[in-house]
Every structure is written in C-alpha cells, then in structure tokens.
Design a protein around this ligand. Structure first.
Ligand code: FES
Ligand code: FES
Length: 195
C-alpha cells in the first residue's frame, strides 16, 4: 500500500510497493496519458512531475513516491491552458501522442525552475527521444511558452479540448474533481477525502 497525491487527489495504491509508478498510474489509476516507451529510463515518454521535478515514472517505484505529490499530463491543466500546451499547438510541435506528454511535462518543469531558458538550457532540459525529429520546433515552442508564462505574449490558436471535462472524467475516473465522496480510481485503493 502506498499513499501519494496524484493530480491533487490523495490516492492509496493497493499494489506491490515495488511497482513502477508508471504502471500504478496507467493500470491502477487509468491515467494513460503517461506513456510506456522503453521502460529503461531512455526515452522520457513516461515523465511525470514528482514534487515539481520531471522524473521518469518507469524508474521510480510506488514506495519511493510515498507521501509525494505527483502530477501527470492529465493534471497539468484541465483545459489545456498551460503555456507549454498552448505553445506546442501553436508551433505545430506535436507530432505523436506517445512522446508529447513526457515532453510537455519536462518543459513545464523547466519553465517552473527557469522562466527564461536559453536554447542550450532547453536542449539540456528536454532529454526526451523523438524519432520524427521535432526538436527544432520544440525549442521554438518552449521559448514561446516561456514568453506566454511571463505574460509577454498570448496565444489564441490552441483549440479547446474535443470533449468537455465532465466527459473526460467519465472516461478517466481519476480525472474527476477532488471530491468529498467520489469513488476511488479504478484499480487503485481507496481515495480518502482531502484534508
Ligand atoms: S518509458 Fe520511462 S524513460 Fe522510456
Ligand atoms: S513526437 Fe513522437 S516520435 Fe517524434
């Protein structure tokens, strides 16, 4: 049993504490936005925020996440309004759904730590592998996201989500708003009320 906070919700995972966080999120909490790429820490597809740092969820166990605060791509923003998400769309830097969640998470962590990263800093902070070669666009997108986050620019090009948040929550129970009496995420343990 491991207790942690996932996307603002306290969750108990009734799983082997040595289970990689990646599988707890995907199989236990149905948060499938976090992707399995290599399983070895090479690709970055599984990146999530753990206490604000972008970590590879395939390399960290549930036991190591005990008491920590995890944010997945589903919890970064409920309406895709995060500057990185907006800029990735505006710069057409989204190529495949497998790499993008981890890239967005890594970029969000970068901008939190460094609001004005230079190109070299962006390249170092985004170790994610991408076979389609989207890297130049990524640099442009993250640079633009930084400007948006600094309120030097706004983006209006990014489309709204294709389905309303309530419909998304039905498909992904762990996305339901932090509740007083909502059911626990599928496969996960009980989700006690938030204190
Ligand atoms: S699946 Fe975790 S780094 Fe590739
Ligand atoms: S974004 Fe997935 S291979 Fe390039």
């Amino acid at each position: 049993m491991a207790r942690l906070t996932v996307n603002d919700r306290p969750v108990e995972f009734d799983m082997d504490p040595q289970t990689p966080l990646l599988w707890a999120l995907r199989d236990g909490a149905n948060l499938t936005g976090t992707k399995y790429g290599c399983g070895n820490g090479d690709c970055g597809a599984c990146m999530v925020l753990v206490d604000g740092a972008a970590l590879r969820a395939c390399l960290i166990t549930l036991a190591e996440c005990e008491g920590r605060y995890v944010t997945t791509i589903e919890g970064l923003s409920r309406d895709r309004s995060h500057p990185v998400q907006q800029a990735m769309v505006a710069e057409q830097a989204i190529q495949c759904g497998f790499c993008t969640p981890g890239i967005v998470i890594a970029a969000a962590a970068l901008l939190k730590a460094n609001p004005s990263p230079g190109e070299a800093e962006i390249k170092v902070a985004i170790p994610n592998l991408c076979r389609c070669g989207v890297y130049p666009r990524l640099v442009r997108a993250i640079d633009r996201a930084a400007r948006v986050a600094r309120r030097e620019e706004t983006i209006s090009a990014a489309p709204a989500p294709g389905i309303p948040a309530s419909a998304a929550a039905r498909k992904v129970p762990a996305l339901a708003p932090a509740p007083t009496s909502a059911p626990a995420p599928s496969g996960a343990g009980s989700a006690p009320p938030k204190n």
